[in-house]
Design a protein around this ligand. Structure first.
Ligand SMILES: C[S@@+](CC[C@H](N)C(=O)[O-])C[C@H]1O[C@@H](n2cnc3c(N)ncnc32)[C@H](O)[C@@H]1O
Length: 206
């Protein structure tokens, strides 16, 4: 995260997070080899597990729901590689440098099923453009949903997007989670139907 945030609207979010969670002070050396971003981490179970399994990876979690942020903060012990942004993930994506993120997770985003609310869905061509800018070539975008309508919406936009390629080769690639993909709270609820797991890669920049 940048200390000299040029976007005034982000300043209060950054400072409030800084007040509550101080990053460890390194001796100038890089503490992490890669940085991953989770969008809408809910109560943070997946973020925490990824951080514990990948101690040399920095995990940024963006979540506007204060109750979820509080739940994660209460369980953060031993995960010094997590940074929390309490706010809209689109703001932090805008503030990130080009090709700086190695993996992004969008797990069970709010489906907004009514047609008049589709514009509120996180996955939009504009958001994918922004993610394409910050993802490194070869970086992975992971998406999961149990909502058939949102799944179709997302596939349509990701397949059409020139920066992304779908990695699935067989049905089990999208019907089953891999071992390095911890279950989230919303997946456990499986309210709308069977969950689907998508992996897309950021194509090389030509
Ligand atoms: C259905 S919940 C899923 C939470 C978690 N990913 C899980 O699977 O348990 C969707 C979450 O996305 C968050 N969210 C909605 N819009 C967001 C945005 N623009 N940026 C970041 N998070 C957002 C909500 O606050 C909510 O916690």
């Amino acid at each position: 995260m940048r200390g000299d945030d040029p976007h005034p609207k982000n300043a209060s979010h950054f400072s409030s997070v800084r007040c509550r969670y101080r990053p460890p002070q390194g001796g100038g050396e890089s503490l992490v080899d890669d940085v991953w971003l989770e969008i809408g981490f809910g109560a943070g179970e997946h973020l925490l597990e990824q951080a514990r399994h990948h101690p040399r990876t920095g995990l940024i979690g963006a979540e506007p729901y204060e109750g979820g942020v509080a739940k994660l903060l209460a369980r953060l012990t031993g995960a010094e590689n997590i940074r929390i942004y309490e706010g809209d993930a689109r703001e932090i994506i805008e503030a990130l440098p080009d090709a700086s993120i190695g993996r992004v997770f969008i797990l069970f985003p709010d489906p907004w099923p009514k047609t008049r609310h589709h514009k509120r869905r996180f996955v939009q061509t504009q958001t994918l453009d922004a993610l394409a800018r910050v993802l490194k070539p070869g970086a992975e975008l992971r998406f999961a949903s149990d909502d058939a309508g949102y799944l179709a919406w997302t596939l349509e936009r990701l397949i059409a997007h020139p920066a992304f390629a779908w990695t699935a080769e067989r049905a089990s690639d999208w019907t089953m989670r891999s071992a390095d993909w911890p279950q989230t709270r919303y997946e456990a609820k499986a309210l709308h139907g069977p969950p689907v797991f998508l992996r897309f890669v950021r194509k090389p920049i030509l």
